[in-house]
Design a protein around this ligand. Structure first.
Ligand code: ATP
Ligand code: MG
Length: 232
């Protein structure tokens, strides 16, 4: 496995994005995969990253236990998320990624409220696209910057293009990199890794690296027009 570099070295970008929530009420859309993958991408990019797993399924916690390297730090949410985040930041975490459960708009509300940026994964198929409406509404109601990530996309189909067009109605940015349906994601997870660690030169690794490069450039200030107006 490729060693994770000292995260104190060579950190670049991501200054404005410190707490990233991965949220969707739809089960199996790829929240935990994206939380894991982006946290490792952040570490490889030189950041001190941590995951707070707010899902009782404990998907990221279980993955963290399978890892043989300490970064990123992974912990289960215990208590109030508003206390957990500053505690990790006080210990040096620069990027905190929140993995969230499906089906609970109450918890999604708390996670979104605690974040600087919300990422909403969705598969490029009609039912999936429809299902993110409630999550988008929460993100907008709380005036949080949000972006949609297409995940589980099959190559050589028109589904991803159709999905991009359909998603425009939500009025949120859509990540230019759509994540393909690739076995490297579940297989690397089973070994406590991500695509970047298991197949560093593979397609999955390239997609995750490109996604992280895009996520860290999101200017969270510019995506909060209502808050900016309120502040004058
Ligand atoms: N792009 C992908 N290609 C192939 N498999 C994927 C991809 N993204 C996620 N998976 C796999 O699909 C399954 C569900 O993904 P994941 O656990 O990330 O979804 P989730 O949204 O966190 O689910 P839940 O709502 O239950 O928490 C996992 O086995 C994961 O490894
Ligand atoms: Mg999950």
């Amino acid at each position: 496995m490729r060693p994770i570099p000292n995260p104190q070295q060579a950190a670049q970008g991501a200054d404005a994005v410190k707490v990233i929530a991965v949220v969707s009420s739809k089960g199996g859309s790829g929240k935990s995969q994206i939380a894991r993958s982006l946290s490792v991408a952040a570490v490889l990019d030189g950041h001190r990253a941590a995951i707070i797993d707010a899902d009782q399924q404990g998907t990221c916690v279980a993955w963290g236990k399978r890892r043989t390297v300490p970064a990123p730090h992974v912990e289960a949410l215990a208590g109030d998320i508003r206390a957990a985040i500053p505690r990790l930041q006080a210990k040096g975490a620069e990027i905190v990624i929140l993995d969230s459960p499906p089906h609970s708009n109450t918890i999604i509300n708390l996670i979104v409220a605690a974040s600087d940026l919300c990422l909403i994964p969705v598969a490029p198929y009609p039912e999936d696209l429809e299902s993110i409406g409630s999550t988008v509404r929460i993100v907008k109601a709380l005036d949080k910057p949000g972006a949609i990530i297409l995940n589980r996309c099959q190559p050589r189909t028109q589904a991803t293009t159709h999905a991009r067009n359909a998603l425009l109605t939500f009025g949120l940015p859509i990540a230019p990199t759509a994540l393909s349906q690739l076995v490297v994601h579940p297989y690397s997870c089973a070994e406590g890794m991500t695509a970047q660690e298991k197949e560093a030169s593979g397609k999955g690794a390239a997609e995750i690296a490109a996604l992280w490069d895009w996520v860290k450039t999101i200017n969270t200030e510019q995506q909060q027009p209502r808050q900016k107006r309120a502040g004058g």
